[in-house]
Design a protein around this ligand. Structure first.
Ligand code: BES
Ligand code: ZN
Length: 630
């Protein structure tokens, strides 16, 4: 039975030998290798009893009641002695549960555990020794935190409603009962009925146009973890970008989107040349309405993206490189638990920068690396100040915490710098070959931090005789702050920006507005002095009109400064931005900056009252905290 093959003894890194003199050439002892399978504290699943392997999802999407009514048929592989299977659910109404093959189902006992605010309720279903299929008949509720139901006014076309999901990290359970743990993978197929003027898309093989019945079939043949389950429904068109890629968007946005993502096929080829074949057949993107809470989400075969990257000049498409890179780091080799989140995001930022280096040159990718370093230093400083130094560890401790708490610059940027440091110590040729093998040998599996360290030690450090010491690795992963030997990129482009800032300070000359790309402007804005008199702020905005920039990154960076300068002319545009855009990365720093002053807080609350209904749960949840909003 496949089940027992799945429960392999997991090898971990030996930690007993962690000194500089400690030898790295000895293999870990048997004791080091014998540890139980990784336990996921954010799931009720008990994989040693039964694991889901395949999902057949039949669903109807009803916009009038903002509800999905569905049957989830789950094929399980079980220990012959298992008496039950545990699924994760959150705020679902379970109507009935049965077992048996289609057409031959019989009701079975089930019980719901006590609901937990964060984890939801366990659904415990009785099994008999021959159970292979379980069927859960259920409905979603208003508490479906993954789902955002948009009315027509919240879309570009303003005619039809829209629905999208955001399952990462542990919200899949709010729209499908399943084992919501990144260490558990399954294949799926689905049949989804939607109003017949709308198209439905999933993280699967997708249709490219609407049909009259509004019934769509989906298939995902590669096994994926639950957080990659995704659905979008709306008045959506498709445009091809090349033999294996294309873009979906509302009609009014499709041309702009197709131009913006014109380099996508090149990115896919570059990624394959770097780290091996793309394993998911097609790679499409969908541009969602602006309330989408993230920049991008790497749903397999169909990345979900914010419209705020449509800058008109392809300047923000490193985000696409990032989501594409997740097709290897994350979707192929998946963090075992959310405490290992850096394995998803740190690798992906590293891979993203490598794609951008190959596509646009080192000058370009080093700007990204420096912006990432600025974010990282700021985050570390803030965490240390707030006595949260534990959260600066790559390996997180998320006991009794929301995995969302781990979505900080540490996983992304400290993770990136750790891998860059490994590259520098190994040499690029050896390092790249190591990564090719890593993705190939661990494809469609999960990876814990300790398993990664073990793999690294065996396949890089020992095999290639690389001079890396255990305590250096330990410092990166298990200690606070940033190691002294952190690589520091040099960007001649940013040096020019620094020089321009100096000459503005010294003799009042402002740089030519045509001179720079988005990233240079971002660096310029970030580096503006803390205190600036109002005449200078006004002069800046008169020259460049950052307040009304068509580039959301520039606008967001500028608004943060505008708040600190109390530059009121920017406030109406900022209020409009906060009400239209739901991308948490932009919202959080702005609301945080606003609450620092009494009048700012008042303004924030006023805006938020109107903006909140436009935000997805994950954004609203974060901003509620910042504003102490009830
Ligand atoms: N997978 C993440 C988004 C995510 C992480 C959602 C954790 C929920 C929980 C995605 O790949 C991501 O990192 N998006 C970034 C893009 C970026 C770093 C280029 C974003 O949305 O800003
Ligand atoms: Zn990511």
């Amino acid at each position: 039975m496949r089940f027992f093959a799945l429960i392999t003894i997991l090898a971990i890194f030996g930690c007993s030998d962690n000194t500089r003199n400690g030898s790295l050439s000895t293999s870990p002892t048997n004791e080091d290798l014998m540890t139980p399978p990784v336990k996921d504290i954010h799931s009720y699943a008990e994989p040693s009893q039964a694991i889901m392997q395949h999902l057949v999802w039949q669903a109807e999407v009803n916009f009038d009641s903002s509800r999905i009514t569905a049957k989830a048929s789950i094929q399980v592989a079980m220990d012959p002695k298992a008496e039950f299977v545990m699924l994760d659910t959150k705020n679902l109404i379970i109507d009935s549960v049965s077992t048996g093959t289609a057409g031959n189902e019989s009701a079975t006992d089930f019980s719901m555990g006590k609901p937990d605010d964060l984890l939801g309720s366990a659904l415990k279903i009785s099994l008999s020794p021959d159970t292979e299929w379980i069927h859960v008949y259920y409905r979603t509720t208003e508490g479906a935190e993954a789902l955002q139901w948009l009315n027509p006014q919240q879309t570009a076309g303003k005619q039809q409603p829209f629905l999208f999901t955001q399952s990462q990290a542990i919200l899949a359970r709010s729209w499908i009962p399943l084992q919501d743990s990144p260490g558990i993978r399954f294949t799926y197929e689905a049949t989804v009925k939607v109003p017949n003027q709308l198209l439905a898309l999933m993280s699967a093989e997708n249709p490219q146009q609407k049909n009259e019945q509004g019934i769509y079939h989906f298939k995902m043949e590669q096994p994926i973890p639950a957080y990659l389950m995704a659905l979008a429904v709306g008045d959506i068109k498709f445009q091809s970008l090349g033999p294996r890629s294309g873009v979906y968007a509302e009609e009014g946005l499709i041309e702009k989107a197709a131009y913006e993502f014109g380099e996508l096929e090149d990115m896919i080829s570059i990624a394959e040349e770097l780290y091996g074949p793309y394993q998911w057949d097609r790679y499409d993107l969908i541009v969602l309405p602006p309330s989408f809470p993230f920049g991008g989400m790497e749903n397999p075969r169909l990345t979900f993206a914010t419209p705020t990257i449509l800058a008109g000049d392809r300047s923000l498409t490193s985000l696409v490189a990032h989501e594409l890179a997740h097709s290897w780091s994350g979707n192929l080799v998946t963090n075992a638990t959310w405490e290992d989140f850096w394995l998803n995001e740190g690798f992906t930022v590293y891979f993203e920068h490598r794609i951008m280096e190959a596509l646009s040159g080192k000058d370009y990718s080093e700007m990204l690396a420096l912006l990432s370093l600025q974010d990282l230093r700021a985050e570390v400083e803030e965490m240390v100040q707030q006595k949260n130094a534990g959260d600066t560890h790559l390996k997180l401790d998320l006991k009794n915490r929301n995995p969302d708490d781990g979505m900080t610059s540490i996983a992304y940027d400290k993770g990136y710098y750790f891998l860059r440091w490994l590259e520098e110590r190994s040499g690029r040729v050896i390092w790249d070959q190591f990564l090719v093998n890593y993705f190939e040998e661990n494809a469609f599996r999960s990876m814990s931090t300790e398993q990664f360290l073990h793999y690294l030690k065996k396949n890089l450090i020992e095999k290639q005789h690389i001079n890396i010491y255990l305590d250096e690795l330990e410092e990166w992963i298990y200690q606070s702050g940033l190691p002294d030997n952190l690589p520091v990129p040099v960007s001649s482009k940013f040096e020019l920006v620094d020089a321009a800032l100096n000459s503005w300070a010294n003799n009042g000359t402002l740089p030519d507005s045509e001179l720079w790309s988005t990233h240079e402007w971002l660096h310029f804005i970030r580096k503006l002095p803390k205190d600036l008199d109002s005449a200078s702020v006004t002069a800046l905005d008169a020259s460049y009109d950052f307040t009304h920039s068509g580039n959301a990154e520039i606008q967001a960076a500028w608004f943060e400064k505008a708040i600190s300068y109390n530059y009121r002319p920017a406030y109406p545009a900022m209020a409009e931005f906060l009400k239209r855009v739901g991308r948490r990365k932009f919202l959080t720093p702005l609301y945080k900056a606003l609450v620092r002053t009494e009048s700012g807080k008042e303004f924030a609350l006023e805006v938020y009252k109107e903006a909140r209904p436009n935000y997805h749960f994950v954004s609203a949840n974060s901003i509620d905290d910042i504003l102490n909003y009830e």
